[in-house]
Design a protein around this ligand. Structure first.
Ligand code: ZN
Length: 244
């Protein structure tokens, strides 16, 4: 059973379509670490695709906000504007689906998926210190997480934590070593923030104990045009060009 791991799609259909095209035939089941909607202009298309195709999915903080489960006071103005737009431009049945998504961590076979951290879906795990603080709360040796939109993650050693940096390559393989624990971020499908504007995802093959990180070019201009035509903040379109 090979898993296609997606996170932070953020209503970007063009990016998701490119990921599915490139990953075609290389996985058996799809998992999603949350943030299906928010920021992008295609919440219905993306949510309906997730409903029909994703085996296991947990909610992200934007799914929570767009479903009306979170006080928008905590969001920055751009995120708040996009959450309100999403609430007003998404079919009620899709909003209901987002509202009922489970909170992670969600166990999948011998590993788990979560959005921010194992204790808080709104917590960002960026540095080794961030990861070290949540180690006591990890129940399994392999977790996939999202939220930071930074492809990579952490390898947890006996004497410390090492960041797994991903930069520039189209595909990078990470063999999971026995005795180590891992927190793997597949990167963001729809709004990368690691300086590489290409859509990010990962594939996990448990039999081979192999994670592969991938990037794929997509129709950024198409996604940007939809964002601008929808009247969403201009910055949400421009940041897709730089992946920042
Ligand atoms: Zn996100």
């Amino acid at each position: 059973m090979r898993f296609l791991i997606l996170s932070d799609i953020h209503a970007n259909w063009e990016a998701l379509e490119a990921v599915l095209g490139q990953a075609h035939g290389r996985y058996d089941k799809i998992l999603c670490c949350g943030d299906i909607v928010g920021y992008g202009a295609d919440p219905d298309v993306v949510t309906e695709w997730v409903r029909q195709n994703v085996g296991s999915v947990i909610r992200g903080n934007h799914d929570k906000a767009c479903a009306g489960l979170e006080d928008l006071e905590w969001f920055n103005p751009v995120a708040r504007t996009s959450a309100v737009w999403t609430q007003e431009n998404t079919k009620p049945q899709n909003i209901a689906y987002l509202r009922n998504l489970p909170q992670g961590p969600e166990p999948i076979d011998a590993f788990q998926i979560l959005h921010g951290s194992p204790v808080d879906e709104d917590e960002y795990l960026v540095s080794e210190q961030d990861a070290a603080q949540v180690l006591p709360y990890l129940d399994v040796s392999l977790s996939f997480f999202g939220h930071t939109h930074l492809q990579g993650g952490f390898q947890i050693l006996r004497d410390g934590i090492r960041r797994i940096p991903r930069a520039g390559s189209s595909m990078d393989e990470l063999p999971l070593e026995p005795d180590y624990w891992y927190m793997i971020n597949p990167g963001s499908v729809g709004q990368p923030r690691d300086g590489d504007p290409r859509a990010a995802y990962a594939i996990y093959n448990p039999e081979q104990r192999l994670v592969s990180y991938h990037r794929v070019k997509y129709d950024i201009h198409g996604a940007q045009k939809k964002i601008l035509d929808a009247g969403l903040p201009q910055m949400l379109a421009s940041r897709l060009s730089t992946g920042s």
